[in-house]
Each structure stands twice: as C-alpha cells, then as structure tokens.
Design a protein. Structure first.
Length: 87
C-alpha cells in the first residue's frame, strides 16, 4: 500500500471504548496496536505503547494529533561504538 493522506484514520472500537473509560478515571492504559492514529479525545492521556520488547510511556499532547502511536515508540536500538582496548 502506498502512503497517502486520504486514507481514513485507524481506531478500533475496543481502543475507543478504553479511551472513554480511562478518561473518566484519569488512568493510563496499554496499547499494542502501533497503527492507531492519535485523536483529540486522547490529549493529556498517558499511554504505554508496546514496541515488541517493552512498553514506552507517552503523554499525548496537541502537537501529536494525527500521528500514529508507533512513531513515538522506537523499535530499533542505537548503534554503540565498541571500545577498543590497546594492548
């Protein structure tokens, strides 16, 4: 599939119901689906996004609206330079 701006927003009904319930209790919740698009009711919520190994805690702000959850939880490690010991 090509990446285009006319594609509809992806938000599952289960996830939408969780947002309504957690917003009332001011709770955080876990998100396994990284394709979900951030919408206006999620602003100010704390979401734990799963990257395949561990969870990243993200607090949603207004600047994040329209982006996907997966953009805020990196899946790759940064390369580390090996320390060379001189003998």
């Amino acid at each position: 599939m090509s990446r285009s701006s006319w594609k509809p927003l992806f938000l599952s009904m289960e996830f939408a119901n969780q947002i309504k319930d957690k917003k009332k209790r001011n709770d955080f919740f876990f998100a396994y689906n990284r394709a979900t698009v951030l919408t206006k009711p999620m602003v100010g919520m704390s979401i734990n996004i799963y990257n395949g190994c561990r969870f990243f805690n993200v607090v949603v702000s207004t600047d994040m609206l329209g982006h996907r959850l997966g953009e805020f939880a990196v899946t790759r490690k940064k390369p580390l330079a090996k320390k060379i010991n001189k003998k």
